[in-house]
Design a protein around this ligand. Sequence first.
Ligand code: SF4
Length: 202
Amino acid sequence: MPGRTKDAKGPKGQPDAFRSCISCMLSAQSLDRNTAAAAAALFALARTPRAMLALSDEAIAAAIKPCGLYNTKTRNIRRFCEVLLAEHGGTVPATREGLLALPGIGRKCADIVMSFTFGADVIAVDTHVHRVCNRIGLTQAKTADRTAEQLEARSPAWALRDGHFWLIQLGKRICHARSPRCEVCPVQDLCEYYAATAKDIA
Ligand code: SF4
């Protein structure tokens, strides 16, 4: 019976809801190490919505430059902080609906914050989880958001939070986007992709 995965960390190691949201916004189309560098530089300057809004766009953009798309991300961060202050007094709402209503927060970010910061039984689906689930056959979805919906509808609640961690590790270490290492994969016998391609692989 699986238990909690002890070394599963929150989004980029940020336990605080505000910083979790910002970190997730920074992670769009960015490598983990670049996201971490950008987040560290930004949070060294500001760690609250009010402090963030006191920064100039140039200061935010310079801090987050390592994670790319920094002009768009700067605009999103500013708008996110403005709405968070105006509509929630600076406190991140602890519901998926509330999170999704905030600028710059999509399903993946909302679910990451819900799962890792607020401890809800939801599964956050990133590109790795999406790819792995659709190869194995756990889901049949063209988008990560649809994969998340199907996983949530089909999985027991206890598996959702840690499932994110298990699937992401499988995707990063074995089920690579271009060349999945099926020959060493622990779920080979459960995988539809493997069953369909085993002849080619052997
Ligand atoms: S068997 Fe291959 S395609 Fe299936 S999950 Fe494992 S690595 Fe991915």
